[in-house]
Design a protein around this ligand. Sequence first.
Ligand code: S3P
Length: 174
Amino acid sequence: MKFVLLGYMGSGKSTVAKALSNKLHLPHLDLDDYIEEKEQMSVNKIFQTQGEIYFRLQESKFLEEILKMDSELVLSVGGGTPCYSNNMELINRFSSSIYLKGSIPTICQRLRNEKDQRPLIADLNDEQLTEFVAKHLFERRNFYEKANKIISIDGKSLEDLLTEVTLTLKEYLK
Ligand code: S3P
């Protein structure tokens, strides 16, 4: 079985995926890290030098490559991954997917300190960030909500989330 953690930037996908992979004794892959390794370039640099469309094409290609691997794993994907090409369809065909759903204030609070590594929001001030996230979440919600399971992250610690995710996946873990 493959498990995919998805959600907006800052929702803790990679952290929860890592913890889940430890708990289930499965390997963890992060799609952004995988792209960076394959392209020998950071996501930031790919956006800057090759542009977002190139990034989205590579993202889709490598997502499919991972999902078709003949091994069980936990995969965290980028915030935009579910919203392009037929990515969400592929995710649900080859894995069990979990959307880590955060409210606008939760997401903004988390992103304020880590904007610099994220090309889409690096140049925004606090007010612009809130507006950007609100609009973006509205646009992306329909894609995220196609996930098999939805878990709210608001006010929860990593430990809480891990317990909830594991419980939610019980049916696949027997
Ligand atoms: C993006 C999210 C990023 C990364 C890229 C684009 C997005 O991943 O894939 O910067 O479109 O939301 P994280 O969600 O892991 O930050």
